[in-house]
Design a protein around this ligand. Structure first.
Ligand code: HEC
Length: 125
């Protein structure tokens, strides 16, 4: 019984993670992510995003508005940014109009902001 509960508990998060990884395709033209593909030249890499200050990846030249935004990436700030990038950080250089599919947005938040970046994927056969 306990095994069944543990197994059931592990299914949904990883399925959701797959959805998030698939949704990341929309971002991958510009953004790298250590688990999906390497660096991309256009945007900053998006692994280890949780708790990171906006505009703080060494080696990436951010716009002034992004560097000065004072944001820290967590579920509320990232959701607001992805719904309306120019609304949250006016004048930033990310050429992306925003996501309006809330399911896709949640899956992306889950993928980009989960607590343990590699433990889950390492445990998956
Ligand atoms: C057309 C290219 C492009 C696409 C597509 C794109 N981005 Fe970006 N993104 C950028 C650029 C360029 C920046 C840096 C903006 C600046 O400095 O003003 C950025 C910045 C960011 C940041 C801030 C990162 C940091 O280090 O502070 C996040 C978070 C982000 N993008 C998430 C996403 C997500 C999630 C998607 C997909 C839904 C996406 N972006 C799609 C180009 C893109």
């Amino acid at each position: 019984m306990l095994e069944w509960i543990l197994a059931a508990a592990s299914v949904s998060p990883s399925a959701d993670l797959e959805r998030g990884r698939a949704a990341f395709e929309r971002c991958a033209a510009c953004h790298g992510h250590a688990e999906v593909l390497g660096d991309r030249p256009v945007g900053p890499p998006l692994q280890s995003l949780r708790g990171r200050r906006a505009g703080s990846m060494p080696g990436f030249r951010y716009s002034g508005p992004m560097a000065r935004s004072g944001l820290v990436w967590d579920p509320p700030t990232l959701a607001a940014f992805l719904r309306d990038p120019q609304g949250l950080v006016p004048g930033n250089r990310m050429a992306f109009s925003g996501l309006d599919d809330e399911t896709e947005l949640q899956a992306l938040l889950n993928f980009l902001l989960r607590e343990e970046p590699t433990a889950t994927s390492a445990a998956t056969p």
